[in-house]
Design a protein around this ligand. Structure first.
Ligand code: NAG
Length: 478
């Protein structure tokens, strides 16, 4: 008798130490809105590499593309944010740009409005030939299928700034009051010129970038602090200037660095500025902190859209990006998510590169982690409730396809996905194609067809740090 008992006890203990397995139930009644898409800001990497068709292909299509000898699955971004530059090297009436000692040339984005002699975009105060590379990538994005474009500013033109330094003046306003309207004219003229000459219609125009932050004169990039009341004034001007040109572009704001600053800025803008803002943009630099839920409540109650319009971090593995993105899916409920720089060093880029030396290296693991999401959760899909903080769920009613992206950060375990609350939970025995990326080394968006649906459920083993995507066909939610 003892010899029969001991092995079964041992089996129980073994399965316990292998990790407490999880079952996740998909809620078919949930709906957090229609996904608008995934994207990237152009700016520095596009100024450096914007003339390259292979990079346009790898970021804006889902084709395979060899970059620097590595065959990469295209990310399929459909959103591109174009950065209206703040820099020019001319002198006007004895004034010229003051340059931060720390700014890299790749981060000095050439602006179109050279001096304050004329607001007329056809006059010699404007040079529409600068910034050719970033513009080229914008147009290549469109040619490859991107369909949502935003125009954004990191700083007003240098000459509009009090200290003539487009890196900022610290935690005080750096836009001179006589240029509040000019900053709006600058952006509206670019939007109009883009529509007439570049074949680009900007859906939205954003006049600020992390405006409550302190952007100093020795900063490493363009930046400008705005008081909330100044933001409200500029928003009013921008809305008027866009409308006067007959543009359909709307105003987005305020691209604060954190969820909590986005809350206080939104509350401080006042009703007339709030009324003309159609979408709140927030950046994801608060990581795991901040009241995403409060921001979502405020913005959705005001009837506005909400994007995470800029995310970046230095964790090349993709774990930080995935966990923060899933916090967004769980609490913030954005309808789009935009990465900052596609090419950069120090873990920040999706592909490792140097925007000054113009060198490219291999893709970081985070590239493949992002592919697990961007290639499968597509524009137009319905976003469902995350059953836990690690799992994104989306549904395409047209093709009756359910997409699940899940990660496991604890001990290795088996996760069972339970679709049985749906009206039709896939067809019994059908293969569930899956894709896998292991953030601590191993699979890089590797595809498998070894998983089958069994009475509305399927079970998959996860190693520590593994991200997997599943596509289940024949799902009718309700
Ligand atoms: C040029 O600079 C002078 C001296 O600072 C100033 O008085 C004048 O108003 C400026 N002209 C323009 C067009 O800004």
């Amino acid at each position: 008798m003892r010899s029969a008992v001991i092995p079964s006890l041992a089996l129980v203990l073994l399965s316990r130490t292998a990790g407490a397995d999880t079952s996740l139930s998909i809620d078919p009644t949930s709906n957090w809105g229609t996904w608008e898409g995934w994207g990237v800001s152009l700016a520095w990497w596009a100024k450096a590499f914007g003339n390259r068709d292979d990079l346009a292909n790898v970021f804006f299509t889902r084709n395979n593309q060899v970059i620097n000898g590595q065959n990469l699955p295209g990310l399929g971004f459909n959103i591109a944010r174009y950065n209206a530059g703040a820099c020019s090297t001319n002198t006007y009436n004895g004034s010229s740009m003051v340059v931060s000692s720390s700014i890299k040339p790749s981060r000095q984005v050439d602006g179109y409005w050279l001096d304050w002699a004329s607001t007329d975009p056809a006059s010699s105060s404007w040079n529409w030939n600068v910034d050719a590379n970033q513009r080229a990538m914008l147009q290549k994005a469109k040619a490859n299928g991107a369909n949502i474009f935003e125009l954004f500013s990191n700083s007003p033109m240098w000459w509009m700034c009090l200290n003539h330094n487009p890196s900022g003046s610290g935690s005080s306003d750096n836009l001179q009051s006589w240029n509040y309207q000019n900053h709006a004219v600058y952006l509206a003229n670019i939007a109009q010129h883009a529509q007439q000459n570049w074949g680009i219609q900007f859906q939205s125009v954003e006049a600020f970038n992390e405006p409550s932050s302190g952007w100093g004169p020795t900063g490493t990039q363009e930046g400008c602090h705005f008081a909330v009341s100044t933001m409200a004034t500029v928003i009013g001007y921008l809305n008027t200037e866009l409308a006067q040109r007959g543009l359909s572009s709307f105003v987005s704001a305020s691209d604060e660095t954190s969820y909590d600053l986005a809350i206080s800025t939104w509350q401080g803008l006042g009703s007339s500025a709030q009324n003309v803002v159609k979408r709140v943009n927030v950046h994801g630099y608060q990581g795991g902190g901040g009241r995403r839920d409060t921001l979502y409540s405020l913005v959705s109650q005001a009837g506005k859209r909400l994007w995470n319009s800029e995310y970046g971090d230095a964790d090349a593995s993709g774990k930080s990006m995935y966990t923060n993105l899933l916090l967004d899916f769980t609490w913030l409920h954005p309808t789009a998510w935009v990465y900052w720089q596609a090419i950069d060093g120090s873990g920040w880029g999706l592909i490792v590169g140097d925007n000054d030396q113009l060198t490219l290296s291999s893709a970081n693991t985070k590239y493949f982690v992002l592919a697990q999401l961007t290639r499968h959760i597509r524009p137009g899909m319905q976003i469902l409730t995350t059953p836990d903080g690690n799992t994104a769920v989306a549904y395409d009613s047209g093709s009756q396809k359910l997409v699940i992206v899940a990660a496991n950060w604890g001990s290795a375990q088996t996760i069972t996905f339970d679709l049985t609350r749906a009206k039709t939970a896939g067809s019994n025995g059908a293969t569930v194609p899956r894709w896998s990326t292991q953030t601590s080394g191993g699979d890089q968006y590797k595809s498998y067809s070894d998983t089958k649906i069994n009475n509305g459920k399927f079970s998959v083993s996860f190693s520590t740090g593994q991200v997997q995507t599943f596509e289940i066909s024949g799902v009718v939610l309700k």
